[in-house]
Design a protein around this ligand. Structure first.
Ligand code: 13P
Length: 253
């Protein structure tokens, strides 16, 4: 059984103080992690403070990005080794904003996935899709190629742990969520790609999330889809109340 994974990606929002206020506000309100896992990905500036203020909570504190080398002369980058040492267990890799604004290529994303595994953490690999590609209907090969490239060199035991997020960039921050059919199609495609790369058994274990204008109104319909195991929410994860409602989606069923 795949445990649902409800994650927030704060991006470059909030402050250290606000991150602590958020943790205070959600304390005791998250589901049992045996039933639903929850995570917030935040700026590396907050992670240590968040980990300290999160003790005893089931919330997973995740990083939003890291570099692909463990250490060295890479001014301004975040070391995956340092993240792991700090106690971080999950790292978002390949978000469409990293691809778009920081020119991250499939090759760079693959190196980052490997760096995250090398440091015994779990990558949350994002897979993009633009409206232009959807309209020209080559979105299928695009999704398949991103997943295939991101997982190059990833062995079967690592592949079982990976979390993949289908995040069409036209749905991110636009208030225009993909229809449930479009979201399911993207997540199904990702699962089929995993089956082709590894096996049906691995594909049945891997959790695939949908991201793009998810909120507590539309989450239930999205999460009811067969191949969607969770969500990666941006805006809806910034307010404690809406994150708590998303996390407790099963109670709203
Ligand atoms: P929004 O939920 O704000 O559209 O952002 C989605 C996203 O990019 C999560 O990684």
């Amino acid at each position: 059984m795949r445990i649902p994974f409800i994650a927030g990606n704060w991006k470059m929002n909030l402050s250290v103080t606000e991150s602590v206020e958020f943790l205070d506000a959600i304390r005791g309100k998250l589901p049992n992690p045996d039933e639903v896992q929850t995570a917030i990905a935040a700026s590396p500036l907050f992670l240590e403070t968040m980990l300290r203020n999160n003790q005893g909570s089931p919330l997973i504190i995740s990083a939003e990005n890291c570099f692909y080398e463990d250490e060295g002369a890479y001014t301004g980058e975040t070391s995956p080794k340092a993240l792991a040492e700090m106690g971080i267990t999950h790292v978002i890799v390949g978000h469409s904003e990293r691809r778009k604004y920081f020119n991250e290529t499939d090759d760079v994303i693959n190196k980052k996935v490997q760096a995250v595994f090398r440091n015994h953490m779990i990558p949350i690999v994002c897979c993009d899709e633009t409206m232009g590609r959807r309209e020209s209907s080559n979105h299928i090969s695009w999704v398949v190629s991103q997943v295939t490239a991101a997982l190059k060199g990833v062995d079967i035991e690592q592949a079982r742990q990976v979390i993949i997020a289908y995040e069409p960039s036209w749905a991110i921050g636009s208030g225009k969520t993909a229809s449930t059919e479009e979201a399911e199609e993207g997540c199904y495609l990702i699962r089929q790609t995993i089956a082709d790369l590894y096996s049906d058994e691995v594909a049945n274990q891997v959790r695939v999330l949908y991201g793009g204008s998810v909120n507590d109104d539309n989450a239930n319909k999205i999460l009811a889809q067969k191949d969607i195991d969770g969500v990666l929410a941006g805006g809806a994860s910034l307010k404690p109340d809406s994150f708590v409602r998303l996390a407790n989606f099963q109670e709203n069923n």
